[in-house]
Design a protein. Structure first.
Lengths: 139, 174, 653
């Protein structure tokens, strides 16, 4: 119970340390930084992005990412750096590979199946006999 | 008739997935470093900043790298266990004082005991990042050749020490 | 003494639930009226005992009886009186008690308001609700007893988490539960219909108001949670696709599909199988949500309790209830006869598309939420699925649906031509295009996606007005603006507002973390924010550093804001962000740490345009659902309505 509360409070305590004024070359770099942070998971907290988390490890990672950005690294390079150390779990968007096909293509496949089934079903049922069979605009 | 069983089949699948998750801790992450060489590092010693440690300088014999900090309450739970193993079993214990203030770290050691043979001082957490540290306490078993053999998240218990840490340090294959 | 009475009351309620479940169901099967008649009294009795038990627990909080372990864990001597009431549902055990109480309340409502329904139907519905009550009451009484004593009694408790000492978070769980649990009624109706062997317009008609009200509550419950997260958590987010949030969103999506499916079955007699399945699914997803929150199988900031034993119990219950329902469905559903044929373009096919899109969206959320479990079980390692995935997929699935909304109301049943419907909607399309163009001209930073989103939202709103106008002109007096039509229109307009709010706020919001010393001014989105000064403040159980900020535009001071960084007596530090809320935009200021030894502060500034439209849209959806539920026609029996054809999609088994 105590561990639960510790984690709960840790995770939900509002972003206090997460407010870190950092220097950016320009606005677009700041936006890029914020966007990148939202794609990365804070690994200590239970399901928060690096942008939102105030955990210790998140603060350090934000500074590191900022440093790498300033030294010219691309988003992909930064992500690769983090994945090498923390595993793919640090990415909020899992890479598309065999083990994630179901995730990325599953909903689309279900939609296609559903849509096809719908069209087939409607065609099979046949069209209504005449326009007169259609009712008036009635709710 | 068969079509009407589809919802039940889908539900059975979902039920299986849910059942498989019960009891597992979703927050435990495997380390990417297991089996790979430990990252290079260079850090001053917490107690004597004029001394610098590196992966090479610490190599030659296996050791347990223990991530701790003065602000970490759970570290106090495992600390006596670490002290005991250093005292009674000759455990080679290297500390990583992670994202901590040097004064606070030293005071903590004075209060709770200092079993570490060497302590890396990492105030920025950069070394921690290279090791994939997500929280304190965490511990790494590093082999004589610098390979990461095992990562433990959370406080070490006697059982962890006996079943995982000590055998690996004594040369068992991971 | 009293807590023990509370425990006894729980057990008695459980016993009555058993009676309420077994006797009427047997009675309906054997057609024994006295047995069926026992359903209502059993329900009333169960409710009485649960009210008693809940009152005792509340009394324990009010009188600060720290001999009750739950009270000690969730309150302390400094807790203000009004928060003592809400602390009752602040953690696992108490919130479960609230759950069963609300379930009992819905049951009683059904028992009292069902006089027009045939007895065997009522008996089966109440019996089903009884089965569900048995599950939750056993769970509460045997694994999560809120009345357990702490021996010896403590002199003071922990605290109620300061996060929970807040209006939004007080109201959010009860509203959610009203929604979640309310879907049990639609579920019970579906089971009763399956047991009866009939899926006809009548029972669907009766179930519509109940489903609408439940969905309305769920909508406002989710909206409240989102609004609370926004103003309380300090980082301006309002939806995180967290597993527990998803757990509430899935029943909402299916519930929306269910509302539309019920409308079709009630009016046309078709979609019977869909309506049954959706009713079963909506409540099953509610149960799944309960499982996810309390079992600890997923990483979530929100998780209530992480207990494998409790998780197993809920899972077993879920398997019994949903599995049982789906087995019943598999046996009985094939006997249903489909309705008359419908054209490829007809209101029915549009609503089928609506159902499919909503259901696939729900499936997507389910897949994404459970994927970490799947991957782990199959040895694929730890997969992380987060907001980018959900945001992208949801957008892709909902975009087509949003464009279809105005078409549905204006398309005829059974068959129509898109061309003739288009003639009606041309004006709406033109207006929507104008709005989108205006938006793009005045806000050049809007990406294409946002402009299309604004067009879609405007299209829905104007399309709804086209429908209302046409209805006003062509319908008979007294039939022009029925509650149902008004409710539908309100809800759809709400959807339009929501869409516009989301796309604008997501694309145009500005976030800056800056270092400010008193006297500094920062420019954000055309506004000037000046940090006037910082000083100390004291509250009842905290001390705070408060900043004073002035927001101006073009030299005119628009407002003064006072964000605080509070330190509570118990040591927790919290940010109270200052929000300048506006209909068209919010300005949000949060204080961070002092810098440079207190000479400056880390400050977060947010500019959030149209964020209120997100919650206003949700509110409108809720109102729409409630208004539609008052439709008088839904209280009439089918016989009373001469106009509708006598056939139904029923086959006597």
């Amino acid at each position: 119970m105590k561990t639960f509360w510790f984690l709960f409070l840790l995770a939900l305590a509002p972003a206090l340390w997460a407010i870190e004024p950092l220097d950016f070359a320009d606005r677009s770099e700041e936006v890029r930084f914020q966007k990148l942070l939202r794609e990365l998971r804070c690994l200590q907290c239970q399901n928060q992005s690096l942008a939102d988390s105030e955990a210790n490890v998140a603060g350090g990672l934000r500074q590191e990412i900022h440093r790498q950005m300033q030294s010219g690294k691309s988003d992909d390079e930064i992500k690769a750096f983090l994945v090498a150390r923390y595993g793919e779990f640090v990415l909020y968007n899992p890479p598309v590979k065999q083990s994630t096909w179901l995730l990325w293509f599953g909903p689309g496949a279900i939609l296609l199946l559903g849509g096809l089934a719908l069209v087939v079903h409607l065609k099979k049922r046949g069209q209504p006999a005449t326009a007169a069979a259609a009712s008036t605009d009635d709710w | 008739m068969l079509r009407a069983l589809i919802p039940l089949a889908v539900f059975a699948l979902i039920g299986l997935v849910l059942w498989s998750g019960i009891g597992k801790d979703p927050s435990i992450l495997p380390s990417t470093l297991i089996g790979s060489p430990a990252p290079e590092f260079s850090a001053p010693d917490l107690r004597d900043p004029s001394r610098t440690h590196s992966k090479a300088s610490l190599g030659g014999a296996p050791y347990l790298l223990n991530v701790f900090a003065s602000w970490c309450p759970t570290c106090r739970v495992e600390h006596p266990i670490l002290e005991r193993y250093v005292r009674e079993r000759g455990l080679r214990l290297v500390g990583l004082n992670w994202k901590d203030d040097a004064e606070a770290g030293l005071a903590w050691l004075k209060q709770f005991g200092d079993p570490y043979s060497d302590i890396l001082y990492d105030p920025s957490g950069r070394i921690g990042i290279d090791f994939g540290v997500t929280a304190a306490p965490e511990s790494f078993v590093i082999g004589a050749d610098g390979t990461v053999l095992y990562k433990h998240i959370g406080a070490l218990t006697v059982e962890d020490m006996e079943t995982r840490v000590m055998p690996l340090l004594q040369g068992a294959t991971p | 003494m009293l807590p023990e009475l509370g425990q006894i009351a729980l057990i008695l309620a459980l016993l009555l639930a058993v009676i309420q479940a077994v006797v009427p169901l047997v009675g309906a099967q054997l057609n024994r009226e006295p047995l069926m008649r026992l359903a209502r009294p059993a329900a009333y009795g169960q409710f009485a005992f649960l009210v008693f038990a809940y009152a005792i627990l509340t009394e324990g909080f009010i009188t600060q009886d720290f001999s009750i372990a739950y009270v000690a864990q969730n309150s302390n001597l400094a807790l203000p009186m009004h928060y003592r009431f809400s602390a009752v549902w602040g953690a696992h055990e108490g919130s479960l008690l609230l759950w069963v109480l609300i379930l009992s309340a819905w049951t009683v409502a059904l028992a009292a308001l069902s006089k027009a329904l045939p007895l065997n139907f009522v008996a089966r519905a109440l019996g089903t609700l009884g089965v569900i009550s048995i599950g939750f009451l056993s769970f509460t009484a045997f694994t999560s007893n809120p009345f357990e004593r702490h021996v010896p009694a403590l002199s003071d408790g922990n605290d109620l988490n300061p996060l929970l000492q807040d209006f939004g978070l007080i109201v959010h769980p009860p509203m959610l539960y009203m929604g979640y649990v309310g879907f049990a009624v639609a579920f019970a109706f579906a089971i009763a219909a399956l047991l009866d062997g009939r899926v006809d317009k009548q029972w669907v008609r009766w179930s519509r108001p109940w489903t609408n009200v439940a969905w309305g509550f769920l909508t406002v419950g989710i909206g409240l949670g989102s609004w609370w997260a926004y103003y309380e958590l300090g980082w301006g987010g309002w939806w995180f696709w967290d597993p527990v949030e998803n757990a509430s969103f899935m029943p909402w999506l299916v519930g929306a599909a269910l509302i539309h499916s019920q409308a079709v079955t009630e009016k046309r007699g078709t979609f019977g199988a869909w309506t049954l399945l959706l009713a079963i699914s909506a409540f099953s997803l509610s149960l799944l949500g309960t499982f996810l929150v309390r079992s600890g199988v997923l990483t979530s900031v929100h998780a209530f309790a992480s207990d494998p034993a409790r998780g197993s119990f809920i899972l077993a219950f879920l398997v019994i209830v949903t599995g049982g329902a789906l087995v019943l469905y598999a046996i009985r559903a094939p006997k249903l006869v489909g309705g008359p044929p419908v054209g490829l373009y007809s209101r029915e096919s549009l609503l089928l598309a609506n159902n499919i899109l909503l259901t696939v969206a729900c499936a997507m959320v389910l897949i994404g939420t459970l994927y970490p479990l799947v991957a782990d079980a199959l040895g694929w390692g730890k997969v992380s699925v987060g907001p980018p995935y959900f945001g992208l997929m949801f957008f892709v699935l909902m975009a087509p649906l949003v464009w279809l909304i105005p078409l549905g109301a204006l398309t005829r049943w059974q068959g129509d031509s898109l061309a003739s419907v288009w003639i009606w909607l041309r004006s709406a399309a033109a207006l929507a295009a104008v709005v989108a163009a205006l938006a793009w001209i005045t806000q050049r930073e809007l990406p294409l996606k946002a402009v299309l989103g604004i067009a879609a939202g405007a299209w829905i709103v104007f399309g709804t007005f086209v429908f209302l106008r046409r209805r006003w002109k062509t319908a008979a007096p007294g039939q022009r603006l029925t509650a149902e039509m008004l409710g539908m229109s309100l809800a759809h307009i709400g959807v339009g507002m929501f869409v516009i709010g989301v796309v604008v706020t997501e694309s145009l919001n500005v976030e800056r973390d800056v270092r400010m010393a008193p006297g500094d001014t920062v420019e954000v989105a055309g506004y000037q924010v000046r940090f006037v000064k910082a000083h100390h403040e004291e509250g009842p159980n905290f001390i705070a550093d408060e900043g004073v900020f002035e927001i101006s535009k073009s030299g005119v001071v628009l407002s003064e804001q006072h964000p605080q960084k509070r330190q509570y007596l118990r040591g927790q530090v919290m940010t109270e962000a200052a929000i300048d809320a506006g209909f068209f935009a919010d300005f949000y200021i949060a204080m961070g740490e002092p810098l440079d030894g207190g000479k400056a502060w880390a400050v977060r500034l947010y500019y959030k345009p149209m964020i209120r439209w997100v919650w206003l849209g949700a509110l409108l959806m809720m109102f729409g659902a409630f208004v539609a539920a008052t439709e008088r026609r839904l209280r009439q029996t089918v016989r009373e309505e001469a106009r509708l054809p006598a056939n139904s999609a029923a086959v006597a088994s």
